[in-house]
Design a protein around this ligand. Structure first.
Ligand SMILES: Cc1ncc(COP(=O)(O)O)c(C=O)c1O
Length: 283
């Protein structure tokens, strides 16, 4: 039975429950983090803990645990799951509040829970890439915080699926911001290009690592906004996330990206990323 962590206890996932007055459930008043674990080794854990800390601070929840406590939970859950690649979800809500009022409780008692989800790279995507469509970004202006307010992302993905695509690239003010659960990287005129950090997108741990690996390999990189009109001119487009790793987008709005197959820069950086997973060298 899959194991869950809930407020200091480990129990079967089906037996882990939150009260219906939990503010995460009622208001999306919660932060989460997703940490990949490969063959028992958490990957980029410090960067994930740093983002968790920043997110909690921004929404005024004191981090209830230290990084070593979180690491202990990750180890226990990942040991219980034999899958070689898994993602550990750490979730913190502001807790239950019987009054069901918007105002912040004076003495919040956060609810913490965590669970493991197995993931496997999709060989079809690695060989042929994804089909993405562009969609309006209707999210709030604090997309840099990893909160559970994910309904716009969920609906944009549903729209993409209804249109026969695999994912959506979210566009606001003419700028292609990110995917529904991933960052956006484009190869434009041979330059690996991705937006600077801003409140309009999540500062992806995977994207940061890609930038470091690419720079180390001598690939020219630029941090600047990508206008939606530039996307059809891109040689390559990628979506990056901890569980997706680096997915090539080979069709955009029904048209091929580049020559319609995963491109040479993706091949190079994907290989560097795979090597980093097996042998992290503090890139
Ligand atoms: C909206 C959004 N952007 C970007 C990312 C990529 O972040 P990371 O690379 O840290 O997983 C995610 C991950 O889930 C996401 O949900």
């Amino acid at each position: 039975m899959p194991l869950a962590y809930l407020n200091g206890n480990y129990l079967d996932q089906t037996e882990a429950h939150l009260p219906l007055t939990d503010r995460g459930l009622l208001f999306g008043d919660s932060i989460y983090e997703v940490i990949p674990v490969y063959h028992g080794q958490p990957f980029q854990a410090d960067a994930h803990f740093a983002r968790l800390q920043q997110g909690l601070q921004a929404i005024r929840i004191a981090n209830p645990l230290s990084p070593s406590d979180w690491l202990q939970i990750i180890t226990t859950l990942s040991t219980a799951n034999p899958a070689p690649a898994q993602a550990i979800y750490l979730q913190i809500t502001r807790g239950a509040y019987a009054g069901r009022a918007h105002q912040l409780p004076e003495q919040p008692q956060p609810n913490l829970f965590a669970f493991s989800k197995t993931f496997t790279p999709d060989p079809h995507i690695l060989q042929h890439g994804l089909h993405a469509i562009t969609q309006p970004d209707v999210r709030w202006h604090r997309c840099d915080l990893k909160t559970t307010n994910l309904l716009p992302n969920v609906l944009a993905l549903a729209d993409a699926h209804e249109q026969g695509a695999d994912d959506a690239i979210l566009v606001r003010d003419g700028i292609a911001r990110e995917g529904t659960s991933s960052n956006l990287i484009a190869i434009l005129d041979g330059i690996l290009t991705t937006s600077p950090d801003s409140p309009e997108l999540l500062p992806g741990v995977t994207r940061n690592l890609i930038l470091r690996l690419a720079a180390k390999a001598g690939i020219p990189c630029a941090r600047r906004d990508v206008h939606v009109d530039e996307l059809p001119l891109a040689d390559e487009i990628w979506l990056s996330s901890s569980t997706r790793e680096i997915a090539p987008v080979t069709r955009l709005n029904q048209r091929p990206v580049g020559n319609g197959t995963p491109g040479p820069v993706w091949q190079q950086v994907h290989a560097l990323y795979q090597a980093e997973k097996t042998n992290p060298d503090d890139a």
